[in-house]
Write a protein of this length. Structure first.
Length: 68
């Protein structure tokens, strides 16, 4: 079975990283790597709403159907 290469449609974590990235940037350019500490990522992860995660999970059948 062939798998789509790097398909973000089937990888909900890509949406999670996108949300975290936007929150960390706060509408600005990303800070350099020395500024971007694990604590910042963990803070944003903990602030992510359960509703956001639930929507990603609920969207999987639609995403898989679109790929098929």
């Amino acid at each position: 079975m062939k798998w789509p290469a790097q398909s973000p449609d089937l990888n909900p974590i890509e949406h999670v990283w996108d949300l975290i990235g936007r929150k960390v940037r706060g509408g600005h350019a990303l800070p350099d790597l020395t500024t971007l500490k694990c604590a910042v990522l963990m803070r944003e992860w903990s602030l992510m709403s359960e509703e956001f995660v639930d929507k990603l999970i609920d969207s999987m059948p639609r995403r898989i159907g679109a790929v098929i």
